[in-house]
Design a protein around this ligand. Structure first.
Ligand code: BDR
Ligand code: CA
Length: 326
């Protein structure tokens, strides 16, 4: 098996951290870079979380972290602090031991895809500001990307930040629409509703069991996800939501996908009421498709993949305050 060269574009909190762990530890992935985008929590906290994640995997310094766009293209930043708390999971480390790449995240996306045209895939699990900025900076960029896997939108279903919009598309709707219209060769969408809510939500009892596997990664998983599962349950969701790690997982293991279909996807940018709404038109409407929308995944196999990863015994090189290692 040849590992898949991939860049993770992330607003690192909660499941974004688990996605980075999967990118580092799954032998199917060759993680080239992590690019950071404004999203879930403060930009500095997101960078700290990415470095913390590399450290808990015992791989700090082995994959570059690039700071990208610190605010959406046109709008003011909207945090998800209500979902993630401060986003730290109560963990911290001495960040002076962690080096942030000098190159801007968008420049890294442009360079890495230019060095290996048609070979590099991108998993975008935050607002699409970095990806859209790369599209408008270099009109050849989209054509150089092998596959783009996006966590965003809902397939004619519920939103999570408003009734009609999923967070990543809501925060930067212009960016999302630019990406949908950019002509990527192989664009896949993993949605909030129904796929995350139905197939990628870990029920409380299973979640607690995973947190007690006894490894530093399992304790890290629980620390980073505790605030979110509490929030999710408070709004009627039955467990811990893992849309971002699912998005990487289906790139690495396409057999997880049970149903997928071509859709014409457009994102609402004009209305205040439905800002960020993803209009997903299926075949009946005869529109030219621009994305493959994942409709169902094998949740059991996905959770088993995460469990196998969390069982890995890693040795962080630097102490993590708040995390018991032994
Ligand atoms: C998305 O928003 C973020 O909070 C999650 O990490 C995920 O990318 C879900 O709407
Ligand atoms: Ca995310």
């Amino acid at each position: 098996m040849t590992p898949i060269p991939v860049i993770i574009d992330t607003d690192t909190a909660q499941d974004d951290c688990i996605t980075i762990l999967l990118g580092l530890l799954d032998p199917a992935a060759d993680l080239l870079a992590i690019t950071m985008v404004a999203g879930n929590v403060s930009f500095e906290q997101q960078v700290a979380n990415a470095q913390l994640t590399l450290n808990v995997a015992g791989m700090l310094g082995q994959v570059p972290v690039h700071a990208g766009c610190r605010r959406p293209m046109l709008r003011e930043w909207v945090s998800a602090n209500d979902v993630h708390g401060d986003g730290s999971g109560g963990l911290s480390m001495d960040t002076s031991v962690a080096v942030l790449a000098e190159e801007h995240g968008v420049d890294a996306l442009l360079r890495l895809t230019a060095e290996r045209p048609g070979e590099v895939s991108i998993v975008a699990i935050g607002p699409l500001t970095n990806i859209a900025t790369a599209v408008v900076t270099d009109r050849e960029f989209a054509g150089r990307v092998k596959s783009l896997y996006v966590m965003g939108g809902s397939n004619n279903g519920r939103g999570n930040i408003t009734a009609s919009a999923e967070y990543n598309f809501y925060v930067d709707p212009e960016a999302a629409q630019i990406v949908m219209a950019a002509g990527f060769n192989d664009l896949h969408l993993i949605t909030w509703d129904p796929v995350t809510l139905r197939d990628a939500t870990i029920a409380r009892a299973d979640y607690e069991r995973l947190g007690e596997l006894g490894t530093p990664l399992a304790r890290f998983f629980k620390a980073m996800c505790d605030a979110t599962i509490d929030y999710d349950e408070s709004v009627g969701i039955d467990g811990s939501t893992h849309p971002d790690s699912l998005t990487l997982a289906v790139l690495l293991h396409p057999e997880l996908v049970l149903a997928e279909a071509p859709y014409r996807v457009d994102v609402e940018t004009a209305s205040a009421l439905t800002r960020g709404y993803s209009a997903m038109a299926w075949a009946k409407f005869g529109l030219a498709a621009n994305a493959q929308v994942v409709e169902a995944v094998d949740g059991g196999a996905f959770f088993a993949l995460l469990e196998g990863m969390l069982r890995t015994v890693t040795v962080p090189a630097h102490p993590i305050t708040g995390l018991r290692l032994g």
